[in-house]
Write a protein that binds this ligand. Structure first.
Ligand code: NDP
Length: 332
């Protein structure tokens, strides 16, 4: 799947194209590269930010028209020139939206230590994002009041469940009644609301948090962030994870209530999961334990085949996905 042209507003399937070409399965002689067969690739909101041409350097390289889109994926090594990887090894890390990828830099690729788990669970980094943002940035205490936006999504569902395991009161927002029901019945949130049905977000938050919010895990930014700011408690924390409501706007909306950070002594801190690779193995063991004990569950939204990948990516911005969106390439 290649990018056809740079995108300025809401992306369309036509901005991407599925093309055929021949893959070379040999690694260049003397190189430490590996060729992998991709099994799953991740659809991630950040990919949209790489589809715009940036005048100032972006936090990640822009995609280039005519070149293959990249995201994290789960792959099997086919050919290897690297001493640490051999044919047949399963790994996850950055890869192409294509059947086979030549990976020249394996520095941020991890071997899969628990192949007994569903391999698709290794697609993307939502779990590590949730773990790092919640524990390292928000630093929760038992009994605190936690609000999560885009709560039924890949990151949000794990944040909510980690918060419950920590003994917090947890409320999430999502964009459909089906997702709201999932939050309460499957993920164990104490409360949830459909933000698309609330004409006054401030009033909705006051209904669930009459005494205010200690921790806001922000996946969306925009109007929700503004409403949360005036509902924060003294010394609250905002883990700024993403601003998906802004990614398709040429000019981001303004945030008006930042003075609440001052008056309530709130710490708002952004973070990037890329900075937490050193904690990955610790996270992996902990989360696999929770999954095996049934203390955490994980909902995925899987489409089959690269032809469906562009629509799946765009669906992140209409809320079509329920849970972690990924593309299954096992049948290709
Ligand atoms: P999700 O699985 O949550 O999918 C995106 C969801 O966002 C949609 O399903 C939709 O849910 C919601 N959404 C889309 N458009 C809007 C909008 N205009 N306003 C409000 N909600 C909207 O994605 P992820 O869990 O992968 O990502 C969640 C956030 O975390 C994103 O902002 C992403 O960029 C960020 N992120 C940050 C990382 C970091 O290192 N800081 C790493 C990974 C992700 P609904 O139906 O509920 O509206």
């Amino acid at each position: 799947v290649i990018l056809k042209r740079y995108v300025t507003r809401f992306p369309s399937e036509d901005d991407m194209e599925v093309v055929a070409c021949t893959a070379r399965l040999a690694v260049p002689a003397g190189s430490a590269a590996v060729v992998v067969k991709n099994l799953y690739v991740s659809c991630d909101p950040y990919m949209r930010t790489c589809m715009t041409k940036h005048e100032e350097p972006n936090y990640l390289p822009d995609f280039v028209p005519g070149e293959v889109l990249m995201s994290n994926g789960v792959s099997r090594v086919v050919t290897s020139g690297h001493p640490d990887f051999k044919a047949g090894d399963l790994l996850w890390g950055p890869t192409g939206w294509e059947e086979y990828t030549l990976i020249t830099n394996t520095d941020i690729h991890f071997k899969i230590n628990h192949p007994e788990m569903p391999l698709s669970y290794y697609t993307g980094m939502p779990g590590l994002t949730a773990y790092a943002g919640f524990f390292d940035v928000a630093r929760p205490k038992k009994g605190e009041c936690v609000f999560v936006s885009a709560a039924s999504g890949a990151v949000g569902q794990i944040v909510g469940q980690l918060a419950k395991l920590t003994g917090c009161y947890v409320v999430g927002s999502a964009g459909s009644d089906e997702k709201v029901s999932l939050l309460k019945t499957k993920f164990g949130f104490d409360g949830a609301f459909n933000y698309k049905k609330e004409h006054d977000l401030n009033a909705a938050l006051k209904r669930f948090f009459p005494d205010g919010i200690d921790i806001y895990f922000d996946n969306v930014g925009g109007a929700m962030l503004d409403a949360v700011l005036i509902n924060m408690r003294m010394h609250g924390r905002i883990a700024a994870c993403g601003h998906i409501s802004q990614y398709n706007l040429e000019v981001p909306e303004g945030v008006h209530n930042l003075f609440s950070l001052v008056t309530k002594r709130v710490r708002m801190e952004g973070f990037m999961v890329l900075d937490y690779h050193s904690k990955y193995r610790m996270f992996e063991e902990e989360i696999v334990g929770y999954l095996k004990e049934g203390k955490i569950c994980y909902v995925e939204d899987v489409v089959d085949g690269l032809e469906k990948a562009p629509a799946a990516l765009i669906g992140l911005f209409t809320g079509r996905n329920v849970g972690k969106q990924l593309v299954n390439l096992l049948k290709t």
